[in-house]
Design a binder for this molecule. Structure first.
Ligand code: PA5
Length: 460
């Protein structure tokens, strides 16, 4: 199992001013954590609680359906193009980057065992989309459009561009090149899907975008690129099992949620995610969205204005040692750093014993594996010397099983943190406002009044 080392958040290590008496806090919050964990687990099947993501590790029928579809299209496409944004893209980006062979899209089809290259359009930059369209052979491209609401302007505009191009190039058979992932009944994409007869998968009810990585939102792209989704889900289930412990002493998600919550109270309201693995670099992006959208809230569950939320920050070890660590060590002591340390890499890379009579000779004969973990350990100790609280998430290996564990652990951690803050973890009213203004600016029907108000605000 992945594990958590929080000792460098303890006052015994970094001093009272910046550290916690962790064991004492675990004792004091024992009852509260027990209630929160019991409540979350008791409500996982209750409609409207937005906890259905906790059940995604157990959907055998869905796994079968996805694998069958992936098998049926295997070899037919050179490219898989994902259209989605936010929670409809980040899980896919994070897991495929971690689990596909590095530089996947530069391998030829044979080296990819017949599976397609994968591209994500998760923004609406015209130059980037045009650039991608210039290189993709659309006849050989499967487009997976992913949007829970079925209305998101960024995703749907990209879809409109792709749909028109595919229809022009392929006529009626273009529908074979489109697969949609959206709500079961609601939304414009669902209507279009039914009308055109596209193959489609469902974003289940009570699963918010940022918690959807283990639904068809993530599983379909994974299976289409040859990733073993059963292995991922086994990791999810094993972690789910471990996190059912209501005892904070035995629940790593509860421990990390509580430490973050208490550190925030001590003025350390920046949560840095810093994996020492390039393959895990997008775990940080995924975590940033999960943490920010879930915990950044204006009011609590009792209607009090609170404006809470630790700010998540992404970093990458060792790269950002040469960019951010100066600030982390000597700038304001307002951060809790989460290092992710990988014990075993898939391959080994030796540094040759050359240039022995120069100042870099000491590196010869070692491995890059030794170097990255030496840097992870050295940075952790250095940061601790500066009395900066930090946590290590130890990941034995970057594979599907541990990715399932890691992401699920962070999801449960977020749900527990939200309960500690007494906020609605699963809504995102602050995102909706911007979406509504965009609809108004782009002339969507029924947004005329908002458009008028907006015009005035823009010109003031
Ligand atoms: O987590 C969320 O709910 C959001 O980030 C959404 O995923 C994002 O806004 C995209 O929404 P949709 O899937 O409806 O297109």
């Amino acid at each position: 199992m992945i594990n958590l080392d929080w000792k460098n958040t303890d006052a015994a290590v970094i001093g009272k001013e910046h550290g916690l008496d962790v064991k004492k806090e675990f004792f004091e919050y024992k009852q509260k954590i027990s209630e929160i964990v019991s409540d979350i687990y008791a409500n996982r099947d209750v409609p409207g609680k937005w906890l259905a993501w906790m059940n995604l590790g157990y959907k055998e029928e869905l796994v079968k359906e996805i694998n069958e579809y992936a098998q049926s299209v295997k070899g037919k496409f050179d490219n898989l193009l994902i259209l989605g944004i936010g929670g409809s893209a980040l899980g896919g980006i994070c897991v495929t980057e971690a689990l596909l062979k590095p530089y996947w899209n530069l391998l030829d089809k044979e080296q990819r065992n017949g599976f397609p290259g994968i591209f994500f359009v998760d923004n609406i930059d015209p130059d980037q989309i045009n650039g991608l369209l210039d290189i993709l052979d659309l006849k050989k491209t499967l487009v997976n459009v992913i949007t829970k609401s079925g209305t998101t302007a960024e995703t749907m505009s990209a879809f409109m561009i792709l749909q028109e191009k595919l229809e022009k190039e392929l006529g009626s058979s273009s529908k074979e090149n489109i697969v949609t992932t959206t709500d079961k009944t609601k939304g414009i994409l669902r209507e279009i899907t039914e009308d055109k007869g596209y193959k489609s998968f469902i974003v289940p009810d009570d699963v918010g975008g940022r918690f959807s990585v283990f639904s068809a939102v993530g599983l379909l792209p994974f299976a289409l690129t040859g990733i073993d989704i059963s292995e991922i889900l086994k990791g999810v289930r094993d972690m789910d099992n471990a996190l059912q412990s209501t005892d904070v002493e035995n629940n790593i998600a509860a421990q990390n949620a509580l430490i973050h919550y208490l550190m925030d109270k001590k003025g350390k309201n920046l949560s840095v995610m810093m994996p020492y693995s390039s393959r895990l670099r997008f775990v940080s992006d995924w975590y940033v969205q999960l943490w920010a959208e879930s915990l950044g809230k204006e009011v609590d569950l009792d209607g009090n204005g609170v404006n809470v939320g630790p700010t998540p920050v992404k970093a990458l070890g060792a790269t950002d040692q040469h960019s951010q660590i100066q600030l982390y060590n000597e700038g304001p002591n307002d951060k809790l750093i989460n290092f992710i340390r990988v014990s075993e890499f898939d391959t080994e890379l030796k540094i040759p014993s050359v240039l022995q009579d120069t100042g870099i000779g000491y590196l010869g004969g070692k491995t890059v594996n030794d170097l990255i973990n030496a840097e992870a350990d050295a940075t952790r100790v250095a940061v601790t010397d500066y009395k900066r609280p930090n946590i290590v998430i130890n990941v034995p290996k970057v594979n599907g099983y541990y990715m399932g564990q890691l992401l699920y652990m962070l999801e449960v951690q977020t749900a527990i943190a939200g309960a500690l803050y007494n906020i609605d973890t699963f809504n995102q009213p602050g995102v909706e406002q911007g979406k509504n203004y965009t609809y108004a600016l782009m002339g969507r029907k029924n947004y005329e009044q908002t458009a008028e108000e907006l015009k005035q605000k823009l010109h003031n």
